[in-house]
Design a protein around this ligand. Structure first.
Ligand code: FE2
Ligand code: FE2
Length: 188
């Protein structure tokens, strides 16, 4: 099977109706695609894995099923093992090695994309003028976007081998073009 964005989007939207989850998928996709361009990865493949990483979360909202039961569905649909391995690798509870740049990028962007999104939702201009400094400050406030695992954010950047501030700036920039799709306000 050829892995394309259209196919990944079709799979995602067959199992996911929640707007919040679709926005999460789009945000992680944008960030991971940007890293594919930066690191010379296969952008279509990396983007598809990012779109699909939580595709089963709505039907499997618990960690005894997500994402491992979703992997079985992806296999049935004919996705190649590199997609399935990539999807599985984002789940810390499975303890799989993140031994490829795609896996490192996905893990590094997963929680952070959600956090940057949350930061943008409480600002008058969304993420247009958001800076790493203010994201880092909010990371230190446990009550803000409490569902985001801070350890995963720090660990993800370290595993990817990027400076946290640069990583945050990179993710913000990757999300700016899709701010309207993420429900973020824009200045214009
Ligand atoms: Fe997940
Ligand atoms: Fe996720």
């Amino acid at each position: 099977m050829e892995v394309t964005r259209d196919r990944a989007w079709a799979t995602l939207t067959r199992y996911t109706t929640s707007e919040a989850l679709l926005r999460h998928a789009l945000a992680v996709e944008a960030a991971v695609r940007a890293y594919a361009r930066k690191l010379g990865g296969d952008e279509e493949l990396w983007g598809a894995v990012a779109l699909l990483h939580d595709f089963d979360y709505e039907i499997h909202p618990t960690l005894d099923k997500h994402p491992q039961d979703g992997a079985a569905t992806l296999r049935e649909e004919g996705y190649p093992e590199e997609v399935i391995e990539g999807v599985l690798s984002h789940a810390n509870h499975l303890g799989l090695p993140r031994d490829m740049p795609l896996k490192k990028a996905l893990f590094a962007c997963d929680e952070l994309a959600g956090f940057v999104h949350a930061c943008g939702l409480v600002r008058p201009d969304g993420i247009e003028t958001l800076e790493p400094r203010s994201v880092r400050k909010k990371l230190k406030q446990p009550s803000f976007a409490a569902g985001v695992n801070r350890e995963d954010v720090y660990e993800g950047a370290a595993e990817l081998g990027v400076d946290l501030d640069e990583h945050i700036a990179f993710v913000i920039e990757a999300l700016r073009p899709i701010a309207p799709q993420l429900g973020l306000r824009t200045a214009s």
